[in-house]
Each structure stands twice: as C-alpha cells, then as structure tokens.
Write a protein that binds this ligand. Structure first.
Ligand code: IMP
Length: 181
C-alpha cells in the first residue's frame, strides 16, 4: 500500500502500525501543494482527488492538526502554516497565563482505492505543556502533553496512543476486511 507524504515521522509511525496488521507500506516521498479547506476531511479529500489524477494506483495520504480548546480549535487545519511560522515557542507564548490548556490532535486518512476515496480518522486528547520538552518525534510533539509526558518524551510509546495510530488502525482493519471479501 502506497503512502504519499513528505513527512518521514509520519511514514515511520505508519510503518510500525502496518506491521501489526501484516500490511506492507511503500513510501512515496513527494511534497504536494495542499488545497485550502476549513476541515482536515475537506483538505485530505481534495488532496487525494488531486493526486489521483496523477497516481493511477491505490494510495493513501494523511492530514493532521492540533486543536486548542481555548483558541476555539486554532490552529486546526492551519497547523502546518502555524508550525512553520510561530512554531512551538509561539504556541506556548499564545497560551501564556491561560488556565485551560486542553488540546487534541486529529489525523484524517484519505484512501484512494483506484476509484473512490474513503476517510478514516483518529483523535487523541491531551494538553499544551508550559514549556518545550523532549527531543523525539516531530512537529508539535514537544508541547503536547499526554498524561504527564509530552509526545516528544514518549518516543515510540506515542505510537500506541496517538491520533495517527487510531486512524491507521481503522484504515488497516478496513483493508483486511475488504481483502477477505
Ligand atoms: P500535516 O498533516 O502534514 O499538514 O501536519 C500539520 C502540522 O501538524 C505539521 O506542522 C506537522 O508537523 C504537525 N503534526 C502532524 N502530526 C503530528 C504529530 O503526530 N505530532 C506533532 N505534530 C504533528
């Protein structure tokens, strides 16, 4: 199964989960222009539609975002832009003095089966840390607290509980189901 992403962290996490389902995944490392959209579902669907005009075999992509409750879900679908511009330091600054630090990560997988696009999602709830902690993982991992550790401190344990893990489990279970029918 082909996974199209420019993000090595995402690919490595997906490869580990795929092993548990005896699914082999191949990495197509390309950066594509992400279409605009107000939800991850909309962005993932539009991206898969666009790529399906060029890639003529089944593949999947994944779009994720960090949703912060006290910021009404910001950065959400704009997470990539916000990470590139203000980064983890900027998020911590935005939340200075804010008591409610609840946040969640959401991952949306869009699977093109050669004909149609199907969507699978996963969410993990946590909090925004008061400082950057840990050096594993990628993106917002150093500021996302799950229980009392950040994802960047959890290392491989992140992959047992993450938004991506949950979405991938749904997707790979679906692949197993259709391969039997
Ligand atoms: P995208 O899905 O590649 O558009 O990701 C949006 C932004 O969220 C990027 O800046 C990623 O680095 C970040 N991101 C996506 N998934 C994760 C994750 O599992 N941990 C931390 N940051 C993430």
């Amino acid at each position: 199964m082909l996974f199209i992403t420019s993000n090595e962290g995402k690919f490595k996490e997906a490869r580990e989960v795929a092993k548990l389902f005896s699914v082999e995944i191949e990495w197509l490392k390309i950066e594509y222009e992400e279409p605009q959209g107000n939800t991850l579902e909309e962005i993932a669907t539009k991206s898969a539609e666009m790529l399906s005009r060029v890639i003529k075999r089944p593949f999947f992509i994944e779009d994720s975002g960090l949703f912060i409750e006290s910021l009404n879900g910001f950065p959400g679908p704009y997470s990539s832009y916000v990470f590139k511009t203000i980064g983890n330091k900027g998020i911590i600054k935005l939340l200075e003095g804010v008591q409610n630090r609840k946040a969640y990560f959401k991952a949306v997988i869009a699977f093109f089966d050669g004909k149609d696009i199907k969507i699978f999602d996963g969410i993990v709830y946590g909090e925004i840390a008061k400082e950057i902690r840990g050096d594993k993982g990628f993106g917002f991992d150093p500021i996302f607290l799950y229980a009392d550790r950040t994802f960047a401190e959890m290392g491989e344990e992140k992959n047992l509980v993450s938004h991506r893990r949950k979405a991938l489990e749904k997707f790979f279970s679906y692949l197993k189901l259709i391969s039997k029918s």
